[in-house]
Design a protein around this ligand. Structure first.
Ligand SMILES: [Ca+2]
Ligand SMILES: [Ca+2]
Ligand SMILES: [Ca+2]
Length: 196
């Protein structure tokens, strides 16, 4: 390539600008207890998605610049299929609680964060204090807002033991070069623990 200095002197140098052709991947998924009980999903608890590189916040929410913005967290009893032996799953919805944001799903690694006689969903931030998400470098952290049960036969419970979460992304977020996210899942690093 040719480099030209301010005086107009040009010389040819070896090498070239490196184009980013590497898709972002899921690296880790972790939670933190910010409430009063470890293992019980509560307001002020948080979940952090770690990507392999910074992603464009606008590929998560149109117009988002990565600063704190309102979302709704849903946890589904036994997963979307409602199988009685299934693990609970977590999804991030938009502030209106009408559409999923493209994080994909998080399998909680256990089935005792949400219990329902007929399956069901609990939410954080759909009413009362909103859940919020914020981007910092390679990570997005979502802090839970006010808890609510959707229906009378479902409720949150406190996990009785440890487990490891699995984050399965969707091919929607992209990096700053426009490379779309890999869908390869990430398993929570470290020793199995009670999440939230
Ligand atoms: Ca990249
Ligand atoms: Ca907690
Ligand atoms: Ca369950």
């Amino acid at each position: 390539m040719t480099a030209t200095d301010v005086a107009g002197n040009a010389r040819t140098v070896e090498g070239s600008a490196t184009a980013d052709t590497t898709p972002p991947t899921a690296v880790d998924i972790q939670t933190a207890n910010g409430g009063t009980t470890i293992g019980k999903p509560e307001e002020k608890d948080s979940i952090t998605y770690t990507f392999s590189e910074p992603i464009d916040p606008q590929s998560i929410v149109a117009g988002w610049n990565g600063t704190a913005t309102n979302v709704v967290v849903r946890m589904v009893d036994n997963g979307l299929l409602g199988l009685p032996t299934g693990n609970d799953e977590l999804f991030i919805y938009n502030a209106a609680n009408t559409a999923t944001l493209p994080f994909g799903g998080v399998n909680m690694g256990r089935g005792d964060y949400v219990a329902g006689l007929l399956g069901g969903t609990i939410t954080f931030g759909a009413n009362g204090t909103a859940s919020t998400m914020v981007m910092s470098g390679n990570t997005v952290t979502v802090t839970l807002g006010t808890y609510a049960a959707v229906g009378i036969l479902v409720a949150r419970t406190t996990a009785a033991g440890t487990g490891a979460m699995t984050w399965t992304p969707v091919a929607t977020p992209y990096d700053r070069a426009g490379n779309v996210m890999s869908t390869t899942a990430a398993i929570q690093s470290g020793a199995a623990r009670k999440n939230f």
